[in-house]
Ligand binder design. Sequence first.
Ligand code: R5P
Length: 299
Amino acid sequence: MIIIGCSAGKHLASKVAKKLKKPYSELRVKKFPDNELGIRFLVPVRKKTVVLIQSFYGNINDQIIEVLFAAYNAKELGAKKIILAAPYFPYFRQDKRFKPGDCISIEIMGKLIDNIFDKVVIIDPHLHREKDLHHIFNIRQKKLTANHEIAAYIKKNYNAKNAYIIGPDWESYKWAEKVAHLIGCEAIILRKKRLSGRKVVVSLNKKMDLKGKSIIIIDDMVSTGNTLIEAMKNLKKLGAKKFTIIAVHGIFVENALKKLRKNNAKVITTNTIPNQAAKIDVSGLIAEELKKKRFFVFQ
Ligand code: R5P
């Protein structure tokens, strides 16, 4: 096995390789003046199980081309198996034709990956209408979750007895309720209506007194931060003053981190995407999965 750090995956790939005691190499990615990409392996991949680690953030469309070119290249160069480990996988939120003529991006991503990879591993994918990864990919797939790592972080840093875990929208129950269960406290799930990519309305569905409580809002991802800002507005009405926000994927576009911190929020994420708030390491999760003997069995 060889672990290859792609341009948006190096921060985790080298750690994973170290944990597995496997060779590590970076993928060489060069951009030509006309924006075409040049991809090169710097080590032989023949007869190897090649693990490409790519978390998609920033220039995600280039990063998709990068992993597809790398995977086809690995196959042509004689790789035995090709695995994509994507701590964060993009385009999952566009999972239906919202307006006539819309592209269902999640399905197309599934087809692109199916065509060349043997297995895909994703941490906390944003699954909404599609209930599981096998609805998207026909190849072998594994969905990992950082819930245990998040719960361990809370246990270490907070008094769970005095904590309220809040999920800002219906979909967040998979993280908020699970983590609350793991640490033994109550979870409250709010209601959210999305009006556009940047506008959401969040409302409370029950009254409670949050004065003096540790309020920990948990979601799978933060993009513009508007979901969480709206959630905090509502929670303030119930007496909450300070907040901790924990998300798996810190995408943080348009100064989201700064905006959240201005609202008296301490922000923590995992390191699926590197950022200033990434305090919870998920390299062990990926390494454990790659270690499994039955790696190629359908799960
Ligand atoms: C959507 O349902 C997700 O779970 C997040 O709540 C959402 O993507 C966050 O986006 P934003 O930070 O832009 O509100």
